[in-house]
Design a protein around this ligand. Structure first.
Ligand code: DP6
Length: 403
């Protein structure tokens, strides 16, 4: 019997992935770039037990048993076993069944990239248990959920689309299988900026009070690729150039350019959603109020100090530098006050000792209390980690049942 436990981070894209060339392999239409958030505030945790005595693979998510036969989970397990066999790693364990328990330490319902952290953690932890090099399996995490491949590394990460020489050319039989394997291995993630390089980068997540169920990313992006003409322009013209400029801005620690590109890319992603037919609407009135707030804050602060970005939901993610955080937080709390009924801290996570007086924003009206549920203050952090040294830390016990 072997038991391993790992944790993996959430990532928030600054150049968005949206749309697949290949639904099964999850090959993206364009490159994307994201920041990996510190696991101190938010992470997925997975324990895997392998034993020759287990009779079937089993999976528990947040304490509830779920089917291990979901195609995306099944493909991750079979690819990991195949790779271990190829590399002659893991010995007999390759043939043993696994019991896997996984959970998030943040509310899944908040729609905060939980599948990215979850699949990255699953793949990273099993890869470790089977003795595989975890830096070489981002293409497997990608087949769980596209954005999960970026959570396999810390800092800022770029996920590359298929190089043009590997595109197309579908044929039959062995040749086709070989091509698909090469295609799958070629679209992977890599760290482009370490977490230490731009150590002052901070992130604040604004969890919007909203119960509405939105269109899933998987369904939404499929509809966009089929119907949006703006999206065609985005994929072929805008994103390739924007990725290069983003890498340069990160390398030069040029916050103003980084922030502008981040906001423009989020806006264009949501414009493509609106250009989808029927349209997809992820941002709500609170999200749009946050956009106006950030632009007003930057105007009054006399420079681009904060950037917003929104994924497939109404929650905002703000990127900013450490020295801007106290002023941003005091101003944000003033203009987006907590609900009077809140029973938990409004600002969670990283603490700052100074509380400057809020900026006065003449063109922005204070919002009604309770539009935001709470804020998570965090930073850019490192990639997934194995936590086997911590006693009593496993989510699964020696009998293969959840702890
Ligand atoms: C808007 O990775 O959740 O967050 O590959 O279908 O599982 P699937 O989609 P997913 O899409 C994430 C989309 C996004 C943008 C991004 O993270 O780049």
């Amino acid at each position: 019997m072997k038991i391993c436990t790992g944790i993996a981070p959430v990532n928030i894209a600054v150049i968005k992935y949206w749309g697949k060339k290949d639904e099964k392999l999850i090959l993206p239409m364009n490159d994307s770039i994201s920041g990996t958030l510190s696991t101190d505030e938010m992470h997925a945790k997975t324990s895997v037990a392998l034993s020759p005595d287990f009779t079937e693979d089993k999976l528990w998510l947040n304490g509830k048993e779920v089917s291990i036969h979901q195609p995306r989970v099944a493909v991750c397990l079979s690819e990991l076993r195949k790779l271990a066999q190829q590399k002659k790693s893991g010995g007999d364990m390759v043939h043993w069944k696994m019991h896997i328990c996984s959970e998030n330490n943040f509310p899944t319902a908040a729609g905060l990239a939980s599948s990215a952290a979850g699949y990255s953690c699953l793949v990273f932890t099993i890869a470790h248990a089977l003795g595989l090099d975890s830096s070489q399996v981002s293409h497997i995490a990608r087949q769980g959920s596209g954005s999960a491949c970026r959570s396999m590394f810390g800092g800022f990460v770029r996920w590359r689309a298929l190089p043009s020489e590997l595109e197309g050319k579908q044929s039959d039989g062995e040749e086709s299988e070989d091509l698909r394997r090469k295609q799958s291995e070629a679209s992977n993630a890599e760290q482009i900026i370490s977490e230490a390089y731009w150590g002052s980068m901070r992130v604040i997540i604004l969890v919007v009070n909203d119960q509405a169920k939105s269109t899933s990313s998987t369904d939404g992006m499929q509809r966009t690729t089929l119907t949006s003409t703006l999206y065609t322009h985005r994929v072929h013209t805008v994103v390739p150039e924007r990725c290069e400029r983003m890498e340069t801005a990160l390398n030069e620690k040029d916050f103003a350019t980084f922030a502008q590109l981040t906001m423009q890319d989020s806006n264009q992603f949501h414009a493509c959603c609106l250009d989808t037919y029927p349209p997809i609407v992820y941002m709500n009135d609170t999200s749009h109020a946050v956009v106006r707030f950030v632009h007003e804050f930057n105007t009054v602060a006399g420079g681009t100090k904060v950037a917003y970005t929104f994924d497939a939901g109404p929650n905002a993610c703000l990127y900013l530098l450490e020295d801007s955080v106290p002023l941003l937080l005091s101003t944000l709390v003033q203009y987006f006050p907590a609900s009077s009924e809140i029973s938990v801290p409004y600002v969670r996570g990283l603490k700052y000792s100074t509380t400057p007086s809020p900026l006065q924003l003449p063109s922005f009206t204070p919002q009604p209390a309770g539009l935001l549920q709470y804020l998570i203050s965090t930073r850019i952090g490192s990639g997934p980690k194995i936590l086997d040294d911590i006693p009593n830390n496993h989510l699964v016990n020696e009998q293969g049942a959840p702890n």
